[in-house]
Write a protein that binds this ligand. Structure first.
Ligand SMILES: *[C@@H]1O[C@H](CO)[C@@H](O)[C@H](O)[C@H]1NC(C)=O
Ligand SMILES: *[C@@H]1O[C@H](CO)[C@@H](O)[C@H](O)[C@H]1NC(C)=O
Ligand SMILES: *[C@@H]1O[C@H](CO)[C@@H](O)[C@H](O)[C@H]1NC(C)=O
Length: 129
């Protein structure tokens, strides 16, 4: 059985020239393999990257976020966040031991403070102090 990652590419133009890039666009993996997804943005004032998973039922789940180079994962999310959410840095989401329920669309979005810019609406992350 194959696990399909469909990674939506968000080109969120807030101010001309600013955007969020996600790679790769899609990925096929076998169960128990490891998937690594990358997200990078070019917005100098933004320092947070949020990761979401949308399962086939359509439910959107916040997996966690990177603030600067400080990762925060939601409870029960078995994944790893690495890298940095600063401008022009790779933020990577690594999911080990893939399961059939890893089949999903994964989103990343960049934000400043608790404001989230994206092509979808979702619950706000907990504000971390
Ligand atoms: C995945 O790993 C678990 C534990 O190591 C093993 O029991 C299972 O058979 C593996 N599944 C596949 C599809 O390889
Ligand atoms: C985490 O998983 C456990 C066991 O499945 C469940 O009881 C608990 O409610 C979950 N917690 C959250 C925050 O989803
Ligand atoms: C981000 O990762 C990609 C793929 O590994 C790599 O080609 C690129 O150079 C990296 N960018 C930065 C700024 O590290």
């Amino acid at each position: 059985m194959l696990i399909l990652f469909l990674i939506l590419i968000h080109n969120i133009h807030l101010v001309s020239g600013n955007s969020v890039h996600q790679t790769p666009a899609d990925m096929y993996k076998n169960p128990n393999e490891t998937a690594t997804l990358r997200c990078l943005h070019t917005i100098s004032t933004y320092n947070r990257i949020l990761w979401y998973k949308q399962s086939q039922g359509g439910q959107l789940q916040l997996l966690g976020y990177m603030w600067g180079s400080r990762p925060t994962l939601e409870a029960n999310v078995s994944a790893t966040l690495d890298g940095s959410a600063d401008e022009n840095k790779n933020c990577t989401l690594t999911i080990e031991k893939l399961q059939q329920d890893s089949n999903a669309v994964y989103f990343c979005a960049a934000s400043l403070h608790s404001v989230i810019y994206g092509c979808f609406s979702a619950q706000k992350p907990h504000h971390h102090t």
